[in-house]
Design a protein. Sequence first.
Length: 408
Amino acid sequence: MVKDLLINPRKISPAETNCYFGYYDIPSFSVDGGRHLFHQVPFWDRMPAVGDVAALGVYDFESGDCRQFGESRTWNFQQGSMLQWIPALGDDAVIYNDLDSSGNYVGVISDVVSGARRYLDRPVASVDKRGRYGLSVNFSRLHDFRPGYGYCHNPDPFFDDPHPVEDGVFVVDLESGKSDLACSLDSIWKQMGGAVDSSDGEKILINHITFNPSGSRFVLLARVMKLMPPWLTTAITANRDGSDRRILFLNTGASHYWWSSDEELIFWGKKNGHDDFHLYRIHEPTARFEIIDDSFFRADGHCSTSPDGEWLLYDSYPDANSPERWQSLYLYNLVRKEGALLGKFSSMELPGCVQDLRCDLHPRWAPDSRTISFDSMQDGCRALYAADLGKVMEELTRSSLVGRNLLR
C-alpha cells in the first residue's frame, strides 16, 4: 500500500519471494547501473538462526532476469551479508560474508559470472572504493547487542571482557586476504573516558564503521552496550591504520551518517553541549559543524548524497501511530535547499515487537544520480524496488514542489 506518490517505483525482485538488498551506504548497482544485487531469504517474521541460508542474486535491468550466483550463511535483515559490488576489482566482482569449512566468519570475493571465489580471513563491515582494503569488526559481539546487524553462529570470544585489548577494528588486505588490528576496543574505551558499569552488563562495541571514498580514513560508532537502552554513542574518525583519531560526538547521540567526500560527513546526531538532534554537515579535519535545513530534517533517517553531489536521499522509520505503519521517502536538493516527499509506503507489524526485523527503505543511488532502489514490505513481503527520479528532479529544480518540503 502506498500514498502521496510522486514517483513510479517498480518491483525488480522475483514475485512471491522475500528479497531485499540491505544497507543504504554500500554499492547495490553495478558501475554501469545495469545490474542490481539482492538477497533472497525463506522468511521475514523471525530472526535468522544457524542453518538459515540467503541466496545471493543479481537483477539485470535490460533483460529483467534474476539470477542466483551464490549463497551466504552469515546474514541479517538490516545489512544482509554485506553483499556489494567492488568495481575496482572488475565489472563482475562482488564481496560478501559467509562461513568457511571450519565455521569461521570470512569475507568472500566472487565473480558473479564465472563463480570464481577467494576468501579473506575476516568478514568485512566496509570496503574502500579502490578495492584495496576492508574493515572488520566482531560480528558475534555485535549480534549480542543488535541481532539485526551481527551473526548468530559463533560466541564472542571476549564475552566477559568489557573492552578487550585484542578485539576492535581490523584492516583486511583484500589482495592477500590477511588482517591486522588497527585499534583495540580498549583504546577506544579509554578515548571515550573509560566509563563502563560492568554491574549493568555494559561493554564497548563497534556498531557501524565506514571508509571515506579514498579509503584513507574511516568513521566508527562505538557504543556502550548494556542490558537496556539508551546506549551512549561515540563517533570517532581515524586514519586507516588507526592513528590520528578524532572525536566528533562523545558519549551522546549519533546515528546515521554518509561520507559525501574524503573530508566531509553528513551526520544525524546530538552535538556535545547541545540538547537537540540535527542533521549536520561536518568538515572532518576541523570538526566544523553546519546544520542542514532544520525545517526539513526533523527526525533520524538514512542519508546519502547522489554521485553528482546535488541531491540527498532520506527516509523515515515506520510510523507506529498509523495502522499502515507508513515509511516516508524524501528527496532534497542541496543546492536550492528544497525538498519533497516522494511517497509513503506501508510496512508490516513486527511479530513480538522484534525491532531488528523491520524492513527499512534504505534508499540507494545508482551511478547516474537519478535512479534509486529501496527495500519495502508494501506488498506483504520483503521486496526490492527501483524508481527514476528524473521528472521529480526537474520539477523540484523549478521549485514547483515547494510547500511539500516538510517531513510528515
